[in-house]
Design a protein around this ligand. Structure first.
Ligand SMILES: Nc1ncnc2c1ncn2[C@@H]1O[C@H](COP(=O)(O)OP(=O)(O)OP(=O)(O)O)[C@@H](O)[C@H]1O
Length: 239
């Protein structure tokens, strides 16, 4: 059932540097694009939501709509442990396990995510075929190009159709075929998952009622809302 992520006055610092400043916003089912200039705090925000780092001010509350025969519909607050089992995350500098082959790494990740043994081989084969990585499946991650490694990072994040999917610059370095395959997969996932992705590539922002956008500047929220009414925000980045 649907997940909601609410940030309440979230602040995050490293030493004296204030990376995220008093941020209040919420994420629900669909794709939310996170935009902002270099150094705006996009990666920091995604790391916070992915539970990779903790806020030093405010809170992040994860909840899920539950249907219960006795209690009816209600929102259950999720623990960090529960949230972590629901997250697919691709960080900005994804490396995976550089000594593993693509096939071995994805198999390892599939087991790690609890995908039943009997489904793993066919599932990975399908992703590798779709992304054009099948012929490279016995190559070690460390020998891949930036775009190929990014594709592996995206596959591991999407493998188990996570209810929460956090992707930092997912399309960087991908060719058109790879990009359209992953966009298609994300659009399908967006019907029942919260997808949050940062992007520099404004042309990749898809106009849809289901999609949202947040714009941050120097760690502060400048805009949070629909994608359709924000051409003026996007103009800021086209210069
Ligand atoms: N370990 C750190 N110590 C101090 N400052 C940091 C650290 N990591 C990041 N910063 C600073 O925090 C700010 C936000 O960084 P962040 O990587 O979140 O931005 P970003 O919007 O993702 O940038 P980009 O688009 O260039 O990847 C930047 O000014 C960055 O220099």
């Amino acid at each position: 059932m649907s997940v909601r992520i609410a940030l309440n006055n979230v602040g995050y610092s490293i030493g004296p540097a204030k990376l995220i400043n008093d941020m209040t916003c919420a994420f629900t089912t669909g794709i939310t694009y996170v935009v902002g200039r270099n150094g705006a705090g996009k990666s920091s925000l995604l790391q916070l939501i992915a539970t990779a780092v903790r806020p030093d001010q405010g809170s992040i509350v994860y909840s899920q709509l539950i249907r219960d025969d006795q209690a009816g519909m209600y929102r259950k607050q999720l623990s960090v442990e529960e949230v972590r089992t629901m997250i697919g995350f691709m960080p900005q500098h994804f490396t995976g396990h550089s000594d593993m082959t693509i096939e071995r790494y994805l198999t390892y990740m599939a087991f790690h995510k609890g995908i039943p043994y009997r489904l793993v081989k066919a599932l990975i084969e399908k992703w590798l075929q779709g992304s054009g990585l099948y012929e490279l499946r016995r190559r070690k991650l460390r020998s891949l190009s930036g775009g190929q490694l990014r594709s592996v990072g995206l596959i591991q994040a999407l493998l188990n159709q996570p209810r929460i999917c956090i992707l930092d610059e997912p399309f960087e370095g991908l060719d058109n075929h790879e990009k359209s395959m992953f966009k298609h997969a994300l659009n399908r996932l967006a019907f029942h998952s919260v997808i949050i992705m940062s992007t520099h590539m404004l042309d990749d922002i898809e106009q849809s009622d289901n999609n949202s956008l947040i714009d941050i500047e120097e760690g502060t929220l400048r805009y949070s809302g629909g994608v359709d009414t924000v051409d003026h925000i996007l103009e800021r980045f086209r210069d």
